[in-house]
Design a protein around this ligand. Structure first.
Ligand SMILES: Cc1cc2nc3c(=O)[nH]c(=O)nc-3n(C[C@H](O)[C@H](O)[C@H](O)COP(=O)(O)OP(=O)(O)OC[C@H]3O[C@@H](n4cnc5c(N)ncnc54)[C@H](O)[C@@H]3O)c2cc1C
Length: 285
């Protein structure tokens, strides 16, 4: 591992100043679960690490009836999974996060670090897309808001500009009567998802009023299954519409072949897991 300067600022402004002063030589650090192995293997060699874990705004976890859940970027995945607030308000999110890796990884790994790492098989993006989440991003020129799906540019590549940090993840309240679920398909629990499907469906007067489906493992980056969502909206939430949605999701997937699964297998699993996720929601409505 190459030597690096280490900073642990106590304020957001100090962190932003450090990142700006060192430009492309500096890198934010959160739980270190993904970044430190890359440093140890010499794949990355930043000259400066700026640890974000002491920044108060990034540690907050709060709820408001208008805005929903605000999750500071350095809240750990374990704290989210065990939070009575998250379990009560957004149980599908608590459940999805509990499917990340193992307890030791979740004890240190943060939700913000997971998203910024932009792993193509990471679990949280699928449910966060289904729940219509957005990201508060802070940088030298101020703050901006980004829909979560726009963070992912490609495998291990995010849309943050140099000097920007992810400040918080905003998850709005569930629409009235809506239900959500996350299903993960992996070889071992600690592996990234071969395919992971997050789905949220709202039914009104017997018809699907809103449907959002987030997929991981279905392409080089996490994506919404917009064709599948269209196949559901305005129709009865029944076996036919679910079958059509599953087929649409498989058709719009652009899966990759890697050491875990072939593209062809992934495409088949997209159809299977979209159908299972929707069936699981249907029986609870
Ligand atoms: C053995 C193992 C198994 C795993 N299995 C899974 C799995 O099954 N599912 C899954 O979803 N994930 C899995 N992961 C990834 C895990 O969730 C990591 O904790 C997570 O991806 C990174 O979080 P972190 O806080 O440790 O981030 P770090 O490793 O500290 O940082 C990751 C990247 O994000 C950047 N970054 C971090 N925070 C910010 C921020 N606030 N703003 C801007 N940039 C930031 C860093 O510069 C770095 O590039 C696994 C990891 C390990 C080690």
């Amino acid at each position: 591992m190459e030597p690096f300067q280490y900073h642990r600022p106590g304020t957001l402004s100090e962190a932003l100043r450090l990142l700006q002063n060192h430009g492309g030589e500096a890198r934010p650090l959160a739980g270190g679960q993904s970044l430190m192995p890359l440093l140890a293997e010499g794949i990355l060699a930043p000259q400066v690490l700026v640890n974000l874990v002491d920044i108060p705004e990034m540690r907050e976890l709060s709820w408001s009836d208008s805005g929903g859940l605000s999750i500071g970027a350095v809240v750990t995945q374990r704290n989210l999974e065990l939070s009575p607030l998250v379990q009560a308000r957004l149980p599908s999110l608590a459940d999805a996060v509990s499917k990340v890796a193992s307890v030791p990884v979740r004890n240190l790994g943060t939700l913000g670090g997971n998203l910024c790492h932009a792993g193509p098989g990471a679990d949280p993006p699928a449910i966060l897309m289904a729940l219509n989440s957005s990201l508060r991003i802070s940088g030298p020129t101020g703050e901006r808001v980004l829909p979560v799906e726009d963070l992912f540019v490609g495998p291990y590549e995010n849309a943050l500009a140099e000097g920007e940090v992810l400040l918080a993840i905003q998850v709005p309240p569930m629409p009235a009567g809506a239900k959500a679920v996350y299903l993960k398909h992996s070889v071992r629990a600690i592996d990234p998802a071969i395919v992971g499907i997050g789905a949220m469906v709202q039914v009104r007067n017997g018809l699907v009023r809103e449907a959002r489906i987030g997929m991981v493992g279905a392409g080089p980056r996490p994506v919404r299954a917009r064709g599948a969502e269209e196949a559901l909206r305005g129709r009865p939430f029944d076996e036919d519409s679910i079958r059509n949605a599953a087929q649409a999701a498989a058709a719009e997937a652009e899966p990759l072949t890697d050491g875990y699964a072939s593209a062809g297998y992934r495409r088949k699993m997209v159809a299977v897991f979209v159908r299972r996720a929707l069936e699981k929601l249907r029986v609870t409505m």
